[in-house]
Design a protein around this ligand. Structure first.
Ligand code: 5RP
Length: 228
């Protein structure tokens, strides 16, 4: 296994081992969380009893493949622990998420969770957030939302499908604008301004969950923990 994959596996497995019997577990989206699901699956076959709440169609399909029983937020509105990935993490544990276009549901699950465990490899750590910020918008509002985000200093690209012509359509039926801002000096302020725009469902900046967040940084030889 390549070093980066090994680092992701260490982070995912560590997070899965934090899960205790009887817990409801938020299941994030992406390759690092898949390792957590792999380990949860092993633990389930050894007798662990949990229920998962998936954050995307992808997470739901993978959880079913791994034999992880699922529930919904309607039936289980409090989540004991949510395990999710991130695209960038700064020293204050502020995040950019949404490469997988799942950040709106991921935010809902993170909000409902008592504890948020973010699993990343070391390449995701940065001093200042600077990756493009994914913004989910309703198609009806895409032009106006784009103009408003450009007024905030963003440079937006409509995310296009791979093996599908035209825009990526999210699990909620919306589109994604990937918005570059360069170095983001005040992530919480920018997050609030974007999320307040009409027609915007949510952006990939996550700065409000720091106090309940643990970041598990996978390394080739183990993990390192960052907490709020
Ligand atoms: C999906 C996400 C993912 O959690 C994030 O992109 C990390 O993915 P990976 O673990 O594959 O690097 O935010 O919307």
């Amino acid at each position: 296994m390549k070093e980066e994959q090994q680092a992701k596996q260490h982070a995912g497995y560590y997070a899965a081992d934090l899960v205790q019997d009887g817990m409801t577990v938020g299941l994030g989206t992406g390759s690092t969380v898949f390792f957590a699901m792999e380990r949860l699956s092993e633990r389930i076959s050894e007798g662990l009893s949990i229920r998962g709440i998936p954050t995307s169609a992808q997470a739901s399909l993978r959880a079913r493949d791994y034999g992880i029983p699922l529930t919904t937020l309607d039936d289980t509105p409090v989540i004991d622990i949510a395990i999710d990935g991130a695209d960038q993490v700064d020293p204050a544990l502020q995040l950019i998420k949404g490469r997988g276009a799942a950040h709106v549901r991921e935010r809902v699950v993170a909000e409902a969770a008592r504890k948020l465990v973010i699993v990343v490899d070391g390449g995701k750590l940065t001093d200042v957030l600077s990756a493009p910020v994914p913004v989910e918008v309703i198609p009806f509002a895409v032009s106006i939302a784009r103009a408003r985000i450009e007024n905030l200093g963003g440079s937006c690209v409509l995310r296009e499908g791979v093996k599908k012509d035209g825009p990526v359509v999210t699990d909620n039926g919306n589109w994604i604008l990937d918005c570059g801002f360069g170095a983001i000096q005040k992530p919480a302020e920018l997050e609030a301004r974007i999320n307040n725009l009409a027609g915007v469902l949510g952006c990939g900046l996550f700065s409000e969950f720091r106090s309940k967040t643990i970041v598990v940084v996978g390394e080739p030889g183990g993990v390192r923990l960052l907490s709020g």
